[in-house]
Design a protein around this ligand. Structure first.
Ligand code: BG6
Length: 495
């Protein structure tokens, strides 16, 4: 079912996120016939643009970044009529009437009060000022149809996230606030829930009795992509672990939801975050590893080290790689380590989850014939591969009893997944429909900060002595391997 009439106001309308992701996503929704009968998209920004120049600029973004490029047989001509540009300064309270005027105009034209969505695709320091000016508008007291979407980073630490939550919840009802984590919109991430909770096959073994450990890797092959100024004040732990990786961890570890109602799913996830054992400051060294890439070669091209990147301090202590070991203190997961890692300029783009099961309790085969650690595992590949595979051992054909690991694989792409919507398409559609299931609730964001605060504080208080400590195109610093080796394990790469 398509959503009702909607106006999407995009603060940061002339910015990169809108250019690369938001408008291309809205356009794809339009091509797939998911946009409402009546809709308008208004980019808001300070740069001067005529409507026509703005539309041309967005078309360029679609051509470069959309999963379906270009004008698509004249559909662009129809779509662009819905797009306009409002030149205004988000700091100027007096300019906000432009928004209310537009809402009134559309209401008259369409004969119905539309959903009004404010998407804050702006630098985090601008969010409080814009949100409070929006909050003062009368339309924002309409909790059923006015919504605000806040991009990550949601705060810089626990205290600032708490402050931002206080500000937003002071102005908007929780059901109006959509805190985005775009990983939750990814098809393969949503599929984790289907795999776990639509099959009875996995649940009996999905616990500490059968699972030895879990690995979550979100390796990036790209570097900073011109975002040095942002990343220097963020680092990999804030940028990827606090949000994307912990959210994936929640989906792997949560208890079965009773329904797919937004709060039910979010309650179950927050239970996981609250159960993650707090790492003590003095033990951070044993539980977390940080890295920073130096100069080197990336796929045959010479690249500068992190400290030589634009916008980065030449003595920077910011980590471009982070790995950690978490324990979840509850009945299901007691004693099962969850290893997570992420980094820039790693050897491959590879986001996946590995569930490593315990070895068979007794091995009757000749010991050299098999290695239970190489098999006996479930891998959920999120990107670029989109598949779920189970690796187990079989007898190698022949007279001797030798075993080989084999994969039984479900390819999401071959099952129609290549036409799957992108994360932002799913999430924007959900916002228009008012479905917050795939968005972060205030307490979830804060609980996730609580998990990483001891690591952040310890790292900030202690300058790394060995930075840079990994080369581009590698799999990160040696210490990351040592983190698992201490437990007798090693990282698994799938691509
Ligand atoms: C963003 C981070 O949230 O996620 C980026 O800020 C990172 O640094 C990106 O590159 C990764 O997203 P994806 O969808 O390409 O895995």
């Amino acid at each position: 079912k398509r959503p009702g009439p909607s106006i999407v106001f995009i603060f940061g309308g002339s910015g990169d996120l809108n250019y690369r992701k938001l408008t291309p996503a809205l356009y794809n929704l339009f091509l797939d016939d998911w946009m409402p009968d009546h809709f308008a998209i208004a980019g808001i920004g300070r740069s001067p643009y005529s409507n026509d120049a703005y539309r041309e600029h967005l078309l360029e973004g679609i051509t470069k970044f959309s999963r379906r490029k270009g004008k698509q047989n004249g559909h662009w001509k129809d779509f662009k009529e819905h797009v306009s540009y409002l030149q205004m300064d988000g700091d100027d309270e007096k300019a906000y009437h432009l928004i209310t005027d537009m809402v009134k105009e559309k209401e008259l034209e369409w004969g119905i009060h539309p959903n009004v969505i404010f998407y804050l695709a702006v630098a985090p320091q601008l969010v409080p000022s814009i949100a409070s000016k929006l909050g003062a508008l009368k339309i924002c007291s309409d909790t059923s149809s006015t919504r605000i979407v806040v991009e990550k980073p949601f705060g810089h630490d626990l205290a600032s996230a708490h402050e931002l939550n206080a500000l937003l919840t002071g102005m908007f009802a929780e059901e109006q606030i959509f805190r985005i984590d775009h990983y939750l919109g990814k098809e393969t991430v949503q599929n984790i829930l289907a795999l776990r909770f639509a099959n009875a096959l996995f649940e009996p073994v999905w616990n500490r009795n059968y699972i030895d450990h879990v690995q979550i890797t979100a390796a990036e092959s790209v570097g900073l992509e011109g975002r040095g100024g942002y990343f220097e004040h963020s680092g990999a732990l804030r940028d990827m672990v606090q949000n994307h990786i912990l959210q994936i961890l929640c989906m792997v570890a949560m208890e079965a939801p009773v329904s797919f109602e937004a709060n039910e799913i979010r309650n179950k996830k927050v239970d996981v975050l609250n159960a993650i054992r707090r790492i003590q400051h003095h033990e951070v060294h044993d539980f977390a590893v940080r890295g920073q890439y130096g100069p080197g070669w990336k796929k045959g091209n010479e690249v500068v080290g992190y400290r030589q990147e634009n916008g980065v301090n030449p003595q920077s202590s910011t980590e471009t790689f982070a790995a950690a070991k978490f324990y979840i203190d509850n009945w299901r997961w007691q004693g099962v380590p969850f290893y997570v890692r992420t980094g820039k300029y790693l050897n491959q783009k590879d986001t996946h989850i590995t569930i490593q099961f315990k070895p068979a309790p007794h091995y009757a085969f000749p010991s050299e014939s098999a290695d239970s650690w190489r098999s006996n595992r479930l891998t959920i590949s999120i990107q670029p591969n989109m598949d779920i595979s189970i690796r187990f051992q079989v007898k190698r054909p022949g007279q001797s009893m030798n075993l080989d690991p084999v994969d039984m694989k479900f390819g999401y792409e071959e099952s129609g997944g290549e036409h799957a919507p992108e994360a932002y398409e799913t999430l924007l559609l959900d916002v228009m429909e008012g479905d917050a299931t795939l968005f972060m609730r205030a307490d979830q964001v804060e609980s996730a900060w609580k998990v990483i605060m001891p690591i952040l504080e310890t790292w900030e208080g202690r300058k790394p002595q060995d930075f840079p400590n990994y080369a581009p195109d590698s799999w990160g610093p040696d210490d990351a391997d040592a983190l698992l080796a201490r437990d007798g394990h090693s990282w698994i790469n799938t691509v």
